[in-house]
Design a protein around this ligand. Structure first.
Ligand code: GTR
Length: 322
């Protein structure tokens, strides 16, 4: 009897141990299969499965099947999604410290942004996310290139935006940015923008070339792409704190390592995607309006002053990165 009990207890403990160690990770992205972020995170999942002999199972849910970014962030916070690739834009409302990267013209260009996210400031921000009460763990950065304005009517200067409703990501900082640039910023989920442009609910939006092209917003009527380059927002790979806490230290290290590899893999895919989508947009008849964006830089100074007041020192350090 005693022996039975002991055996039973041992079997039960072993069973519980395997159950606790086995994990299925649901990864989510608003972008469709084949998009650089999805390809890189998929590859990360394969590495995790291989390195743990299938103890960690990875399942990718691309194309917003689990909701828009705001909803997916919430699901990640509660542990319903384990790994999320999102723009940093909608993370701002839950972790206000990241808004330093969300400010208009905070980076000089994409190379500057990469130098910052690859260095100590990038790591500090990931750590701030992990230490915040948001229940998210910052794993790695991804590249979201540079965002410019696309509209139905050509825009060359802030005055041309007067009265135009422009879709922005869900973060008051972006609505303020568009208002300062001369238009009317309207916060809206990524998935609603096509119909909004088509039906005239908005007159345009803003994004990088791969997202502009993959969403077909030019086919909804936005034919002019004004090279404002007003937002260079890094994207981020986060893990749910709920899932993170269930991992052994060794698995946590493995997740961090593969996430960092995904960061570099995505970057290479990204550069190709920018070139290809730019060429395809042009071939589809989108007019790229090249102009001096200084007027937009100057117009957004009050936004940097308002939101940057709490980040003065950090912004000086960002500016000093070569
Ligand atoms: C894309 C970004 C997405 C999403 C989208 C948007 O460039 O990769 O994560 O934020 O923009 O505008 O909502």
């Amino acid at each position: 009897m005693t022996l039975h009990r002991t055996l039973l207890a041992a079997a039960l403990t072993a069973l519980l141990a395997t159950t606790a160690a086995a994990q299925t990770m649901k990864a989510a992205d608003v972008h469709p299969a084949g998009y650089p972020t999805v390809v890189a995170v998929d590859a990360m999942g394969k590495k995790l499965e291989a390195a743990t002999q299938g103890r960690i199972k990875f399942q990718m849910f691309p194309g917003s099947v689990l909701g828009g970014e705001k909803e997916m962030i919430e699901q990640t916070q509660v542990g319903a999604i384990q790994i999320l690739r999102t723009s940093l834009g909608p993370v701002g409302p839950v972790v206000p410290e990241v808004n330093v990267f969300n400010m208009p013209f905070v980076f000089r260009n994409v190379a500057h942004m990469r130098a910052v996210i690859d260095g100590p400031i990038g790591q500090e921000l990931l750590d701030k996310i992990s230490a915040s009460p948001a229940r998210l763990v910052g794993l790695a950065w991804m590249d979201g290139g540079s965002r410019s304005l696309y509209t139905k009517k050509p825009v060359r200067k802030p005055e041309d935006l007067k009265g135009q409703k422009i879709r922005m990501m869900g973060n008051p900082l972006f609505v303020d940015t568009m208002n300062a640039m001369g238009g009317n910023g309207i916060a809206m989920g990524f998935g609603e923008v096509f119909t909004a442009i088509q039906t005239g609910v908005v007159d345009g939006a803003e994004n990088n070339p791969p997202s502009f092209f993959s969403t077909n917003h030019h086919k909804a009527g936005a034919r002019f792409y004004t090279q404002t380059n007003h937002l260079i927002i890094p994207e981020i790979l986060v893990m749910s704190k709920v899932a993170w806490d269930k991992l052994s230290p060794a698995d946590q290290a493995l997740v961090k390592k593969t996430a960092r590899e995904a960061q570099m893999e995505q970057r290479a895919l990204w550069d190709t995607a920018v070139g290809e989508s730019t060429a395809k947009l042009k071939a589809d008849g989108v007019e790229f309006i090249e102009m001096d964006n200084k007027a937009f830089f100057d117009a957004t100074a009050p936004v940097r002053a308002k939101y940057g007041a709490q980040f003065t020192e950090l912004m000086a350090r960002i500016a000093a990165v070569k």
